[in-house]
Design a protein around this ligand. Structure first.
Ligand code: FES
Length: 147
């Protein structure tokens, strides 16, 4: 059901861990399934120089988190913001349709970390921070439907 790339990033996730002196931290979660992603970024000028993540979630959530960190390292903040959950899923050679929603966790986490950085730098206000996707997906039902 999963591509080889998904299995690779699930069994050998890249950039796992935390950055104690991170410039931006994003944490997003799903209250229904309890899956949580926390992402830490270091920024130099406009470039994301380092990134680490911790994801407590399903295989698709971990694989997409891992791939998302690979995609944004060395990118500018704007380039990173242009990355969507579909970009990440495509880079993994796709996800089963029933697991596409899991990839939103990585996109939202990434955005939250960048916005946290911008807020700390005084580049945006609390009010200007984007709301996470309205993607309170029903993981429990998905998992059940998935067997
Ligand atoms: Fe909740 Fe995958 S993110 S089941």
């Amino acid at each position: 059901m999963y591509s080889q790339k998904v299995m690779d990033h699930f069994t050998n996730p890249r950039n796992v861990g935390e950055i104690p002196d991170a410039d931006g931290v994003g944490e997003v979660g799903n209250p229904r399934c309890g899956d949580i992603m926390k992402i830490f970024i270091k920024v130099d000028g406009d470039i994301i120089t380092d990134v680490k993540f911790q994801t407590f979630g399903c295989a698709a959530a971990i694989a997409t988190s891992s791939m998302a960190t690979e995609l944004i390292k060395g990118k500018t903040l704007d380039e990173a913001l242009a990355i969507t959950n579909k970009t990440v899923a495509d880079a993994l050679d796709g996800l089963p349709a029933i697991k596409m929603h899991c990839s939103v966790l990585a996109e939202d986490g990434l955005r939250a970390a960048i916005e946290d950085y911008k807020r700390k730098m005084g580049l945006i206000t609390e009010d200007e921070m984007a709301k996470p996707h309205e993607h309170i997906h029903d993981c429990a039902d998905d998992e059940a439907a998935n067997g």
